[in-house]
Ligand binder design. Sequence first.
Ligand SMILES: CC(=O)SCCNC(=O)CCNC(=O)[C@H](O)C(C)(C)COP(=O)(O)OP(=O)(O)OC[C@H]1O[C@@H](n2cnc3c(N)ncnc32)[C@H](O)[C@@H]1OP(=O)(O)O
Ligand SMILES: CC(=O)C(=O)O
Length: 539
Amino acid sequence: MMKEKLFLYDTTLRDGQQTQGVQFSTPEKHQIADALDMLGVDYIEGGWPGANPTDSAFFEEAPETNAVFTAFGMTKRAGRSAENDEVLAAVLNAGTPAVCLVGKTHDFHVTCALGITLEENIENIRASVAHIVAQGREALFDAEHFFDGYRANPDYALEAVKTAYAAGARWVVLCDTNGGAQPSVIADVVRDVIAAGIPGDHLGIHCHNDTEQAVAGSLAAVLAGARQIQGTLNGLGERCGNANLTTLIPTLKLKEPYASLFETGVTDEALEGMVKVSRMLDDILNRVPFRQAPYVGASAFAHKAGLHASAILKDPTTYEHIEPALVGNSRIIPMSNQAGQSNLRKRLTEAGLKIEAGDPILGQILDEVKAREAEGYSYDGAQASFELLARRALGQCPDYFEVKRYRVTIERRKNKYNKMVSLSEAVVVVKVDGEKKLSVSESMDECGTDRGPVNALSKALAKDLGRYSDLIEDMKLVDFKVRITQGGTEAVTRVIIDSEDGKGRRWSTVGVSANIVDASFEALLDAINWKLIRDGAKA
Ligand SMILES: CC(=O)SCCNC(=O)CCNC(=O)[C@H](O)C(C)(C)COP(=O)(O)OP(=O)(O)OC[C@H]1O[C@@H](n2cnc3c(N)ncnc32)[C@H](O)[C@@H]1OP(=O)(O)O
Ligand SMILES: CC(=O)C(=O)O
């Protein structure tokens, strides 16, 4: 059977930019557009030229894309011609091959938000779309609030979209602007619109995620006949976001009935870059990637429960709906109090520690993991600390140095500009190769910014470790997370530290104590010991 073409329309750079807290710079827009183009979407909506300086600058140096580069705007205002509407003119002046205009299709919005007559709005849609087509551009019409409008006044909503289609719109995109339409309703309405005369291969769907069904609504629309899907990377977008393309694309390519019915511009090879694209966007936004994101999240193929891990080792399909590598992800068998010996052996093997099944040491390590997790430790993410725990149990953890004592003081005082600042000072005494070494460090960085007591401690600890100093020189602390695991006077603090080195390795360690400094120090020590072991240091 011939597959039908399904068009993917990305609006990360426009609706995605309407996410609270998101503001792309022009170079970031270029970086995202390049990644989208490599992915193989059919349309890239770059933003709204004329609406803000960043968008205008981006369109001035528009990227060269295989995807149809599209400018977004709104239908002309009443009381002026399309040629004389300066907002529409700015959109057209961007010179893009396609222009997408949003217009009202819900009668209530016409009278309430625009304050014009229903007839004036129809004329605004007609004249605006016709103007774009007359300029030789591809016209798209985003039918705002279409599903709510269709429920309130189906005749008017249909008249609005039929007007856009008759005026030459290549695509009429039905928008669930407020995000409340249910997938079954979306499917029924799409069928009605097709029956009313707009063919499915001219119909698109634009869903918002306010009931967390934007992906489901989009898929329902496609099965009902729509042939264009609008969405964003990582589901960015106004309020709760848009249909998430990092979920939709793998579903369309890997799941039935979509995989057999449709083809998209995304190749199998590009699909393997899905995790990378998703992480790239998070990096740009300085966001921690959402671990539980379908397909692309770090936990999407993490098998924590002992029963799952045991079966996964026999055959991964027992607990995985797809092969993780298809989307560029990988399988993780984390260690925790939910684990059994199968998780444990897998994790030990990954750390280069081979233990035969049935060895009693496995039970001892497992018991210790569970006992320590009950105290507040968490080995789920702190893989390096888990490895050290196992090595200690196996007698394979060298004693590189011994910490004799440490101290941190925090002083609040005036600096040379007469401004009150905090300054932490740490003293660490270690014994290396039989020799005692005392190191002192402050928390102030070269710009005069106070980096806090843990920073001072970390610098003092790393300052002089004798012959090991050179080995840890390229190591840096890149993330620090604190969690109170128990409330009240019995509070227990868990600190997770992420470290990185010049070889591009990143590892996590954990420390637990009633005292945040002690918890941090424990995690710091683990971080250094793990690095020394991995780099083959001899005790
Ligand atoms: C559903 C969506 O997500 S659509 C995309 C929405 N995106 C954005 O709004 C982001 C970019 N927007 C902007 O930067 C600004 O709103 C601008 C530059 C477009 C307009 O700014 P302003 O001229 O200051 O208008 P403002 O934002 O206050 O109000 C919007 C105006 O557009 C009118 N309008 C809204 N939709 C439409 C439409 N489809 N067709 C014509 N006019 C419209 C409103 O009635 C209002 O006019 P009024 O001020 O006479 O009441
Ligand atoms: C156009 C658009 O973003 C919406 O209606 O949601």
